[in-house]
Design a protein around this ligand. Structure first.
Ligand code: UD1
Length: 422
């Protein structure tokens, strides 16, 4: 497995182009199952997870082709020939569960392996299944697979569904299923992440009837069929926040080209509270740190609250801030796996249940480190950039799942970073 070596202590200065959002691209690709027509997606990020979703769709009979040589424009099309999502693909990426709703809506059946993905807690899919059951699906679990069917091979029916928790994936699965169900679905306590609005915008372009986009109450009038469309994927707000933290942690100044300040939610406000300048200009978002960093408490919450996907990166920032900060994780259990590694680099972090107390230190020191999930991995890269000396981040395949060209983007801003092939 590749490793990344960083010689830290250099402030970042320059421009970073923000890629299309991974967490929008994956459900948008799954939406390709909702029609036999062509769905053209542009601003597609070049990531391992996108390739995995492409393999999964190919398995279902959907051809996923590059419409441009750089792979940033994908053309999806074809009829569903197979309704099984096999373990070998699903285990690589939890978002594979997003094919469940579309497959049931189109064919009345689906057989999907229970998902794997990041090792961050138990991450069940009960909310996806309960919502689809309310729409007429029946499930049984056998040999690690969820077998779903709609009575008599029939159609899903619209339903009134109240999600007990605003799950991103469940909202996406249910919206896609409802788009082709008979009648009206009202989805309350729906998640409001920008990636969900992006999915809804694409579904509307495909002929779906959805009201309340961007709110926690989505009303979907099912239509008999959807058609092809073209859609450009929103910029990745987590990649944006990650490079903003990298800039702040190293004391630099970076323009995040194509980034959208209005998608950052609580991240922009909290970064400003720490003493970092975050401004929008015509090209994107400017981030600069001119003075010291203050410790600020954060709690992860569904959008527009502070995202769990930014928790590890923010903790690095707090590790080199003045004073202490309490970081509380409310979305996932067991999402502090980066803490031990950060402490090996000289951070002073104590975990108490779902909260971590971070006491700022004057500097971190480089070390060999390893991470077990995507955001934890990138937090170690950030720590390496801020630390004195050499850091080697092992097992970077997690990073390649969600960050496009991370070492090139950082090197272009003056970071001393290189990938070491195994
Ligand atoms: C999505 C994102 C992920 C992000 C997360 C929370 C994608 C591809 N991934 O993941 O990067 O960290 O949102 O913002 O978009 N839960 C249940 N039952 C369910 C579904 C979820 O208990 O049926 C729990 C999960 O275990 C977790 C919490 O709800 O504790 C949040 O999960 P959810 O919002 O569904 O996240 P994902 O869609 O998996």
């Amino acid at each position: 497995m590749d490793r990344i070596r960083i010689r830290g202590g250099r402030p970042l200065h320059g421009d970073i182009v923000i890629s299309g959002a991974k967490n929008a691209a994956l459900p948008l690709m799954a939406a390709g199952l909702l029609t036999d027509d062509r769905l053209i997606l542009s601003n597609v990020p070049q990531l391992a997870d996108v390739k995995t979703m492409g393999s999964l769709l190919a398995q279902h009979g959907i051809a996923v082709e590059d419409a441009t040589p750089d792979g940033r424009r994908l053309s999806l099309g074809g009829a569903i020939t197979n309704t099984e999502a096999p373990y070998d693909i699903v285990r690589k990426m939890r978002a594979s569960i997003l094919v469940l709703g579309p497959l049931l809506a189109r064919t009345g059946e689906a057989r999907v392996s229970l998902p794997g993905g990041c090792a961050i807690g138990t991450r069940p899919v009960d909310l996806h299944l309960k919502g689809l059951e309310q729409m007429g699906a029946v499930f049984r679990l056998e040999a690690g697979y969820i077998h779903g069917s709609v009575a008599g091979g029939g159609k899903l029916a619209g339903a009134v569904i109240v999600l007990p928790f605003a799950s991103v994936g469940a909202t996406e699965n249910l919206v896609m299923a409802a788009a082709l169900a008979d009648g009206r679905t009202v989805l309350s306590n729906a998640a409001r992440e920008p990636e969900i609005s992006d999915l809804c915008a694409c579904l509307v372009a495909m002929g779906a009837r959805i009201e309340g986009i961007g709110t926690d109450r989505l009303v979907i009038e099912g239509v008999p069929t959807l058609h092809g469309a073209e859609h450009s994927i929103i910029p990745d707000r987590i990649e944006t926040g990650t490079y903003a933290c990298a800039t702040a942690a190293t004391g630099g100044e970076v323009r995040l080209i194509g980034a959208r300040l209005d998608h950052l939610g609580a991240v922009a406000r909290i970064l400003r509270d720490t003493g970092v300048d975050v401004d929008e200009d015509e090209q994107g978002v400017m981030v600069r740190r001119l003075s010291g960093l203050r410790g600020v408490d954060v709690m992860t919450e569904p959008y527009p609250g502070f995202p769990t996907d930014m928790q590890a990166q923010f903790m690095v920032l707090m590790s080199v801030a003045d004073g202490a900060a309490m970081v509380t994780e409310t979305i996932f259990e067991n999402r502090f796996m980066h803490v031990q590694e950060l402490n090996r680099m000289g951070a002073r972090i104590n975990v108490h249940g779902a909260s971590a107390i971070v006491r700022g230190v004057s500097s971190l020191s480089g070390a060999p480190v390893m991470a077990t999930d995507l955001r934890a991995s990138v937090s170690l890269v950030l720590a390496g950039l801020a630390a004195a000396g050499v850091t080697v981040v092992n097992r970077v395949y997690h990073l390649d799942r969600g960050y496009e060209a991370v070492e090139q983007k950082l090197a272009a801003c003056g970071a001393d970073i290189e990938r070491l092939a195994d």
